[in-house]
Write a protein that binds this ligand. Sequence first.
Ligand SMILES: [Ca+2]
Ligand SMILES: [Ca+2]
Length: 431
Amino acid sequence: MEPRRHSPDPDLLQAEKCGRTVQVSDFIRYHYNGTLLDGTLFDSSHTRMRTYDTYIGIGWLIAGMDQGLLGMCVGEKRIITLPPFLGYGENGDGSDIPGQASLVFDVVLLDLHNPKDSILVENQVIPEPCIRKSQEGDFMRYHYNGTLLDGTFFDSSYSRNRTYDTYVGKGYVIAGMDQGLLGVCIGERRRITIPPHLAYGEEGTGTKIPGSAVLVFDIQVIDIHNPADTVQITSSFKPESCSTLSKKGDFIKCHYNASLMDGTHIGSTHSYGRTYDVVLGAGQVVPGMEMGLKDMCVGEKRTLVIPPHLGYGERGVEGEVPGSAVLVFDVEMVGLEEGLPDGYMFIWNSDVSPDLFTEMDKNKDGKVEPSEFSDYIVRQVNDGKGRLAPGFDAHKIIENMFSNQDRNSDGQITADEFKLKADESPAHDEL
Ligand SMILES: [Ca+2]
Ligand SMILES: [Ca+2]
């Protein structure tokens, strides 16, 4: 007599329904109530509050269970009835099960794997085009939902509202995840099913992941970068005349839209209602932006992909940019004012007057006061005879120029102080 199964579907139909059924040499975790034919309960995994975990089909179980559990799907319930010779035979188990007892097991299968399993990748949704696939050593930000094989939830990055961030292929995450995160596109979704020997093993972890549990992660990749990445610059539009290119010291005006790699909007000059004004090379913006705005002409449009080490780093910007995020800037340069040569804050456009000091000393008292100095420089700039470095506060520059000339810092420049400065400076210095 075979053990009778009161399961509606034959194994084959079950496999079609659930994808995988219990086979000989699999490892399974299940709950059961064991009763005699009269309904007397002799054993229950439920009352012990832990699953029964075992290999199947290789003699670890009584013969009737070794046969009766074959072909089950995870989540399936079965009632398996055994005759005594497939259970504990003529003598019973010596305590609760009498001799010649038929046994009834009410079983639900929770987990199933084989020690030979590797990870399983399925349910992939791959973006078109796939602009980048993760490689060993990359840094990835991703979201995940984690469940056990029977659907029991154990963890989710979505519920914390922040991505899980890690290096890939370097042993920072469980082995199965390290494998499953390789070759994944930015924006891709995939399900990674990980057997316990590539996850938390026989011990499990915490209160939610039992020993020998198979884990199922549904992940969504937000971004990928490598610490060796530089800024990626793609020019999407160049005006026909594009000869004057931005360089260090230039004062440029731009519009931009900023987003994360998954399209999340970060900010836009259009919504701020003003341009983004930058003196290149002055340390006013993150290094990636400095690099991305160089050699660009007015009217040009670019997309800049800035990795975090050239952007806002591991910390990000509170409430705006997540830590370690890759940023995407769609930039249009709308204005460029050429800067002064490196190190200069003021230059003469034409020849310097031979009698500067006298011209500056308007009230002819032999000293140049700050107001006389400032008035004079502003007039030269307005008349087109001199130029201040663009993008900075003109009053601050002029104040600095004055202090440089006022050697003894008494608030006025004498003819001697002025001469000293003029002697040691080549033409076209600050004054
Ligand atoms: Ca004076
Ligand atoms: Ca002085």
